[in-house]
Ligand binder design. Structure first.
Ligand SMILES: *Cc1c(COP(=O)(O)O)cnc(C)c1O
Length: 220
């Protein structure tokens, strides 16, 4: 259903406060569908899989920004850093080190967000809220990454009010880190909220929202 993607994008962009950046979450979508979203004003594409991103990137190129929003595997980092302008899901020192190392070879500094497991879900990725400062301490001296904020998913639920406490907690971690004033760390972006939760996420301080379904329709 390519037909409404452009209108959906325009409508969502119009509804967002000016300071909130929209990432169009494009997993499983074709380059043609992504181009429709771009024609509706989308400026940032979020991808979960490096291979899929490469295929879209080959067609679309640098007319938009590319954010990685999936779980990054070490053996994909080299290819990822060639494409992405931001990696939103850093949650291990191992991956942070690999990103820094691969970026050094390209003479590039990668903006990253720390993924917070705000729901404390055992099967989910991310750093626990109480471990965020220690994690930042562990990776902040890496030369070719720049910590620019936090990202969280939170437990999936149909009722967006159920997501609110997880967003509130992530925002509190964000503010705590901001107050700590880590050298070289700039708390600029708070990426929270998807189709079913972005309105509440914005109320709780998100300035990046990642929206797939309301732009592109249901995934098959
Ligand atoms: C798919 C995805 C989204 C968007 O989800 P929708 O419910 O389709 O809006 C946001 N963030 C991440 C990390 C995703 O994988």
């Amino acid at each position: 259903m390519i037909s409404h993607i452009r209108e959906n994008s325009e409508r969502i962009i119009k509804s967002l406060p000016e300071k909130v950046r929209l990432v169009a979450a494009a997993k499983t979508r074709t380059p043609g569908e992504i181009m429709e979203a771009i024609s509706g004003g989308v400026k940032i594409i979020g991808e979960n899989y490096v291979q899929e991103a490469r295929e879209a990137y080959r067609v679309i190129g640098r007319q938009v920004e590319w954010h990685f929003i999936g779980h990054l595997q070490k053996n994909k980092v080299k290819k990822a850093v060639e494409i992405f302008d931001m990696i939103e899901t850093v949650d291990s020192a191992d991956i942070a080190e690999e990103i820094s190392k691969r970026c050094e070879a390209l003479d590039k500094v990668m903006p990253i967000l720390i993924e917070i497991n705000s729901g404390r879900e055992k099967n989910k990725f991310g750093v626990l809220p109480e471990d965020a400062e220690k994690f930042i301490g562990d990776i902040k001296s890496l030369s070719n990454i720049k910590i620019t904020g936090l990202m969280t998913m939170g437990p999936v639920s149909a009722d967006q009010e159920e997501a609110r406490p997880y967003f509130t907690e992530t925002r509190k971690v964000f503010e705590r880190i901001e107050r700590s004033g880590f050298y070289g760390v700039e708390m600029k972006y708070l990426s929270m909220g998807m189709t079913n939760s972005y309105k509440v996420a914005i109320e709780e301080g998100a300035n990046i929202v990642r929206i797939g379904t309301s732009i592109f329709g249901n995934r098959e």
